[in-house]
Design a protein around this ligand. Structure first.
Ligand SMILES: Cc1cc2nc3c(=O)[nH]c(=O)nc-3n(C[C@H](O)[C@H](O)[C@H](O)COP(=O)(O)O)c2cc1C
Length: 193
């Protein structure tokens, strides 16, 4: 977002929280999220949420006005973020249970409602986890997150992609650039409305 002080343009900072759907030590999704963070434009501050495994299993019985503290923390991190990036692996054609569990915790509290959100998937295979991505998008639609086409894509052959430091001159680097542009534009629109 741009405003003017004494006639000079000033770019206001934007905060993005990124969530990788894998709990695995050495996860390629976590590595990909970290690599994306290094490519973020200067006005974007990107934090990585790495506490998916500490969330209790969702049950409406404990989704009360005083939720478990790990849940309250996840909700507040998303609340204060201007946008969210979620990157999922594919387990048996779907997103991992740990990620779906986190999203279930966000249904009643609605932190993702109209939140600019990028949905990504990665896989060592040529399909890039597109079936998990379709499921993630479906769940995000149920939560009324603001996902757009250019901020949502599968990343095939993730192991090879991660070997290319900075992803220079790759399809992926263009997709990441488009994703940040799309998220920034949605954030700016939200601030103006
Ligand atoms: C239980 C399990 C199921 C998997 N199912 C799929 C699958 O359906 N499609 C796919 O492309 N990869 C599948 N994989 C391979 C994962 O894409 C691969 O292990 C990937 O590295 C997981 O992401 P991570 O490195 O972030 O943990 C599966 C892996 C596991 C452990």
């Amino acid at each position: 977002m741009q405003c003017y002080l004494s006639g000079l343009p000033v770019f206001l900072s934007m905060k993005i929280i990124a969530i990788a759907g894998s709990l695995r030590t050495g996860s390629s999704n976590v590595a990909f999220i970290r690599a994306i963070a290094n490519l973020a434009p200067a006005q974007i501050e990107m934090d990585i949420y790495e506490e998916l495994g500490s969330l209790p299993l969702f049950s409406p019985d404990i989704d009360t006005s005083t939720p478990p503290e790990q849940v309250a923390r996840l909700r507040s991190l998303i609340e204060v973020a201007d946008a969210v990036i979620i990157c999922t692996p594919e387990y048996a054609y779907g997103m991992p249970g740990a990620l779906k569990n986190a999203l279930d915790w966000l249904v009643s509290s609605a932190q993702l409602y109209r939140k600019p959100t990028a949905a990504l998937s990665t896989s060592p295979s040529e399909r890039g986890g597109d079936r998990a991505l379709a499921w993630l998008q479906q769940t995000l639609n149920a939560l009324d997150a603001d996902i757009s086409k250019s901020a949502s894509f599968p990343v095939p052959y993730i192991k090879a992609v991660l070997k290319k430091e900075g992803f220079h001159d790759t399809v992926i680097s263009k997709q990441i650039g488009d994703m940040f542009a799309e998220l920034s534009s949605s954030i700016t629109k939200n601030r103006q409305s």
